[in-house]
Ligand binder design. Structure first.
Ligand code: 5RP
Length: 235
């Protein structure tokens, strides 16, 4: 469920800056989306120049791109740990005066279940974004991946929490989006989300919910690409 106003130049600056933090020997979580794609391409060029890394893709799309640019791949269960993960976001709270500073909404590409798995396993999780993603309060729809059998009962429980769930439809196929894990996605509008941590806990407790797109207290750094440079935020 993309609503993307960011410029590609800003995304490229953010992605390429994050790739500079990757060191020889690192296991790297490879996020999903157009901003992370710039980081993956930059890592592919670095691998051509001799950098030795192994990537763990978070989606079919990032796996395909990583293979295309020559990044050797591995799996979470084949490594002792993940040194760094680079991933995009649909919204990033940018308000140091709130506890939610650095909280994210992800899942515009319906990859948030594997993204959360890999990003949270990493010693350092770098978010890459353009300025259109920054916000004082999260207010976009929260993508919730559900087991296919659960989509109606999970939707009812989400309504009880004050959300308005909509089954995400595919664009070039009749019927719903089916995730890389074979599940469905409910895009859930809650209006302004004042307590992302509390909502995250309540969504996770719903039977049939595989994962939701609220990433609270996970990001370590954000690189925000601007037209003339990159801003770094530490969380
Ligand atoms: O969460 C994601 C995919 O599930 C993406 O990281 C998010 O949608 C941002 O994508 P983009 O960099 O293309 O704006």
């Amino acid at each position: 469920m993309k609503t993307d106003g960011g410029s590609d130049a800003a995304k490229r600056r953010a992605g390429e800056r994050a790739a500079e933090d990757v060191e020889d020997g690192f296991v790297v979580g490879l996020g999903t989306g157009s901003t992370t794609a710039h980081a993956i391409r930059a890592l592919g060029r670095a691998v051509d120049d001799g950098l030795e890394i192994r990537g763990i893709p978070t989606s079919f799309q990032s796996r395909r791109l990583a293979l295309e640019v020559g990044i050797p791949l591995t799996d979470l269960d084949a490594v002792d740990g993940v040194d760094i993960a680079i991933d995009g976001a649909d919204q990033v709270v940018d308000d140091p005066d709130t506890a939610a500073h650095g909280a994210l909404i992800k899942g515009g590409g319906a990859a948030h279940a594997r993204e959360k798995l890999v990003d949270s396993a990493a010693d350092r999780f770098l978010v890459v974004a353009d300025p259109s993603k920054l916000t004082e309060r999260l207010e976009r729809s929260v993508p919730v991946e559900v087991l296919p059998d659960a989509h109606t009962v999970a939707a009812a429980r989400i309504q009880e929490l004050g959300g308005e769930p909509t089954l995400r439809d595919a664009e070039c196929k009749d019927g719903p989006v089916v995730t890389d894990n074979g599940n469905l996605v409910l895009d859930c509008s809650f209006g302004q989300i004042d307590d992302p941590d509390g909502l995250a806990t309540r969504l996770s407790a719903i039977p049939g919910v595989v994962e939701h797109g609220l990433f609270v207290d996970l990001a370590d750094v954000a690189y925000v690409g601007r037209e003339d440079g990159v801003e770094r935020r530490e969380y």
